[in-house]
Design a protein around this ligand. Structure first.
Ligand SMILES: [Zn+2]
Length: 273
């Protein structure tokens, strides 16, 4: 039996998300069954419930450029002897009307939202957020190269929620903002400005260790199942306050494993410039 729009509308209401601003991280595969009308059905359900829907639409692949010699700060989560992993798109210039996205990493929901005419995309070449709905512009407007998480701060002010749709805490970008609130500086990567000159852009680091925060955040978590997909719903302001407090008290909590350079440098406090 396929999932229908009404199944999603019911879920949104039960989750307490009607009329709310919601940042969604999703795995559509997690439903493990057909969705009648595809991903658009999910989007439509949120729209009909009056939600403002925000998703990460990161695009490292298209817009990261290689750093010049004078733009290589220490403790930046990068081994500068091994930056060949950076794809060279030296000439690419980002603008908010483009639809470039790291397809495989971001998944199908962000990809579909980005294609919508009424979407608002943040002005950050690598880590933009994109939103649709009544407060889309309010959430997104503050984002810029050196203020990557403005949309998430705004989400907190709007009494918003994060919804993990069949994914784990290692997908919750909000926890990078908690790291920042705990005093860490965000890593610096490199993009072209509108004139084609290289400039810094802030980005989050490794998020694999965020699952270690589970015992400290579970009291704020509401769970429901939609088909076979587990939805975990969190109040943004509460999570931020709690996670920042825990990261300050136990910095090692965010480490994913030994020898992860990004985790190591983040725990030390981030780049030195
Ligand atoms: Zn790591």
């Amino acid at each position: 039996m396929a999932l229908m729009k009404n199944d999603f509308i019911r879920a949104i209401k039960i989750a307490g998300l009607s009329g709310k601003c919601v940042c969604v991280h999703s795995s559509i595969k997690s439903f493990q069954e057909e969705i009648k009308g595809g991903v658009d059905t999910i989007i439509q359900a949120f729209i009909e419930c009056g939600c403002t829907l925000m998703v990460p639409t990161f695009s490292f692949y298209a817009f990261t450029v290689k750093p010049t010699a004078n733009m290589r700060p220490e403790q930046n989560g990068v081994d500068y002897n091994r930056i060949d992993f950076l794809i060279s798109n030296q000439k690419n210039i980002y603008n908010t009307s483009c639809n470039e996205i790291d397809n495989e990493k971001m998944g199908i929901l962000p990809y579909e939202i980005l294609k919508r005419k009424d979407r608002v995309r943040g002005d950050h070449p690598l880590c933009s957020f994109t939103a649709i709905g009544p407060f889309a512009r309010d959430l997104i407007k503050g984002q810029k190269n050196m203020d990557v998480f403005a949309p998430l701060r705004e989400l907190a002010l709007f009494d918003g929620f994060v919804l993990l749709m069949g994914v784990d805490l290692n997908r919750m970008t909000l926890l990078h903002l908690a790291e920042q609130m705990a005093g860490r500086k965000m890593f610096l990567r490199w993009v072209n400005d509108s004139a084609g000159n290289p400039v810094y852009a802030e980005t989050g680091g490794c998020s694999e260790g965020f699952i270690n925060l589970e015992p400290y955040l579970s009291m704020f978590e509401k769970q429901i199942f939609v088909g076979k997909s587990k939805w975990r719903i969190y109040n943004v302001a509460k999570v931020l306050k709690q996670a920042a407090k825990v990261i300050m008290a136990i910095p090692e909590i965010t480490r994913c494993k030994e020898n992860c350079l990004r985790c190591e440098d983040a725990i030390k406090g981030g780049p030195e410039i």
